[in-house]
Write a protein that binds this ligand. Structure first.
Ligand SMILES: Nc1nc2c(c(=O)[nH]1)N[C@H]1C(S)=C(S)[C@@H](COP(=O)(O)O)O[C@H]1N2
Ligand SMILES: [Mo]
Length: 238
């Protein structure tokens, strides 16, 4: 993980990769017809002034070497059931207070650079595991939809009905990933396939599996999260 935070969150290399997205049925809700070129134009812009200021203050959490991975220690923790998701039909919706709401296929998501990190996952139920996660930085997906400057929180909806909400600073942290790999292999259904949150700045219950919708908002709603609404602390920082 680079220790230098780029001023612009989307690099030229990403733009070139993203230019391949136009043929993949990328859905840009509510916009005109030259949608993709408009969006690529937007990507030369910073996330927005408020979020850019946050990025400058963020320090990466130290990571572990590959040799530290504890493959057997990550327990499956699922409050209800493992949803049956067809990865070919799966779409990740990103909407809310954004200029370009989108629905991304997993092929679209995989156009972004793959970031890998070895971090400690900590569950409040009394277990922890050092895990390698691979995926895309959430901040790159958010740059694509261009959040409005009013955005302060991010909601995550999951296919099993799980709900989470995060502060925008933690969401755009350089090590907050939408992960589709675990310990170097494709994510299993139990661990949240096709895509889940993974971050060293939040406790386990904040790390939603089977994420289907990411919604950017300026205020928290009465429902803050599955466990939070039953008394767990909302920020859930590590
Ligand atoms: N959608 C969804 N995400 C979830 C959960 C869940 O029940 N549903 N459990 C959370 C909890 S409490 C933990 S500790 C981690 C566990 O992730 P794992 O099952 O991949 O180890 O997922 C989190 N994300
Ligand atoms: Mo947990």
């Amino acid at each position: 993980m680079s220790l230098i935070l780029p001023k612009r969150t989307v690099t030229r290399r990403q733009l070139l990769q993203l230019s391949g997205l136009s043929g993949l049925g990328l859905f840009l809700g509510g916009c005109g017809s030259t949608l993709f070129s408009n969006t690529v134009g937007q990507m030369f812009e910073p996330l927005n002034q408020n979020i850019e200021a946050l990025l400058l203050s963020q320090k990466p959490v130290p990571e572990f070497p590959l040799s530290a991975i504890e493959p057997d220690k990550l327990l499956i923790n699922t409050y209800k059931f493992t949803p049956d998701i067809n990865p070919a039909e799966f779409r990740l919706t990103i909407d809310g207070e954004v200029s370009h709401p989108m629905q991304l296929s997993m092929a679209d998501v995989k156009k972004f650079p793959l970031t890998s990190m070895v971090i400690r996952h900590v569950c409040v139920e009394g277990w922890a595991a050092i895990v390698q996660w691979g995926g895309v930085r959430l901040r790159d997906l958010l740059a694509l939809v261009q959040p409005k400057s009013s955005v302060r929180y991010v909601y995550f909806k999951s296919a099993d009905g799980y709900l989470e909400s995060w502060d925008i600073a933690s969401a755009v942290h350089p090590q907050t990933l939408m992960a589709y790999q675990k310990n170097g292999a494709p994510l299993s259904a139990n661990n949240g396939a096709p895509i889940r949150l993974a971050s060293p700045v939040k406790l386990g219950y904040k790390q939603s599996k089977w994420v289907t919708q990411i919604t950017l908002v300026s205020n928290l709603l009465p429902a803050k999260g599955y466990w939070e609404d039953q008394g767990y602390e909302w920020f859930g920082g590590l």
